[in-house]
Design a protein around this ligand. Sequence first.
Ligand SMILES: *Cc1c(COP(=O)(O)O)cnc(C)c1O
Length: 411
Amino acid sequence: MALANEHYLKLQAGYLFPEIARRVQAFTDANPDARVIRLGIGDVTRPLAPAVLEAFHRGVDDLGRADTFHGYGPEQGYPFLRDAVVERAYQPLGVDLKPSEVFVSDGSKCDCANILDIFALGNRVAICDPVYPVYNDTNVMAGRTGEADERGYYAGITYLPCVEENGFIPALPDHPVDLVYLCYPNNPTGAVASLDELARWVAYAREHGAVLLYDAAYEAFVTEPDVPRSIYQVPGAERCAIEFRSFSKTAGFTGVRCGLTVVPEALTARTAGGREVSLNALWSRRQSTKFNGVSYPVQRAAAAVYSDEGWPQVQENIAYYMENARIIREGLTGAGITCYGGVNAPYIWLKTPGGLTSWQFFDRLLQECHVVGTPGSGFGASGEGYFRLSAFGDRENVETAVDRIRSAWGR
Ligand SMILES: *Cc1c(COP(=O)(O)O)cnc(C)c1O
């Protein structure tokens, strides 16, 4: 009889989005004429930029002719895309990478999960709270934790609360950890970390021999010039950090699927016997064995994001979402609601008014404004009393939603 991986049984049921769907369904059943506006989604809505679409089509056409056909590509990605990432995404930030440090993938959720393959089970892991659930759940699946307590905290993981009081930037752990997940600009809080704050984490990692797992999925939404877009803008980070990036939110690739992971050649970890090993070599080996690369037309489409024609088109979509974010943030602030985020990230993290719990606010917003958002408590215990609104919607819906919230809560 085959034995199952029992660590999966420790996972709490995927409760958040099914519960939201259940409550919205119950509301629409009871109020069939209500026009419900959904600002809960973490998915983009704008179509692919024209230059990206064109490159995608050309890539497909290449596959239809013998002289331009492509079969298996390099597992780490085609040079045309790895080179474009080095030159167009990192060099402008003053970050010098080699193409061999860039690994193209089918999205960064997979990479954030798969990266655990190259780290020993004995590593002590720190995770922010609230958080993108992938970091936590993949550690549970790997068997690095015990059971969850009533807060949803798993035994063996160090949770770093990110709340109003610390500006949603976690304090350094009070005991040594080996792997630290950081995500800036942050989902769900919309917070960003300054260069000094990231430098504090790099110094910590260098001192403890820890590795930072830096999720930069939202770097493209940074609008303020001083806000870092990459952990490698901190000198020394190439010796202690892996960075994940994605074309999903940046260029509307949530359905196309393409991301990338940077594993610098200077980055090492130790064996139990004390020998230093290259994490770049381990990740390259991991990808060659378990992954066969991203489809050729998708990589052509991704490279077009950096083209002279594609780049401004992609920026236009981002600006559209960030204008939504501004409308939400300013509208709600005007209604007396305390809002965070929405300046360098497509999420507004609001403090629930009147001391409501996240779910109480969800219900009132749905009942009184016919607007759907995401309860902060669904992202972790420290998200209680907060609520996430996403800027990925349609402009008219965003404006209507804000008007409704202002008349319900406005003073
Ligand atoms: C959306 C998102 C990603 C990107 O996931 P893909 O698999 O590339 O679509 C990664 N991290 C966070 C925090 C996200 O919100």
